[in-house]
Design a protein around this ligand. Structure first.
Ligand SMILES: [Zn+2]
Length: 108
């Protein structure tokens, strides 16, 4: 199997509903995202994927916790990869840094 990893950052405000603690009131985070892709075959150029992150949609219903953001990006990326690579490449895992020292990871 081959794996490729991309990291990107984005800043966003959020708050958590039905929650008592640091994230209950509106505030911002500088999130970091790391997505690892996996596939058994390379393309004609010898690449697993020329990777680009798409823009985030707003979380209108789902609580924007790091865990939910990780799953959202995992699902969105996997959905796009399925069409782009005909199932050749899938997302292995997606990790979100909400601070320098705390992460949440989603995988299946
Ligand atoms: Zn927060």
């Amino acid at each position: 199997m081959y794996e490729v990893t991309v990291e990107a950052g984005f800043s966003s405000g959020h708050y958590l509903r039905n929650y008592r603690g640091k994230c209950e009131n509106p505030h911002g985070h500088n999130y970091k995202v790391r997505v690892t892709l996996a596939g058994a075959a390379l393309d004609e150029a010898g690449l697993l994927l020329d990777f680009k992150l798409n823009e985030l949609e707003p979380f209108t219903v789902l609580n924007p916790s790091a865990e939910n953001i990780a799953k959202y990006l995992y699902d969105q990326t996997n959905e796009q990869l399925a069409g782009m690579t005909a199932g050749r490449v899938r997302v292995k895992d997606c990790t979100i840094w909400e601070t320098d020292t705390t992460t949440a990871t989603y995988y299946e």
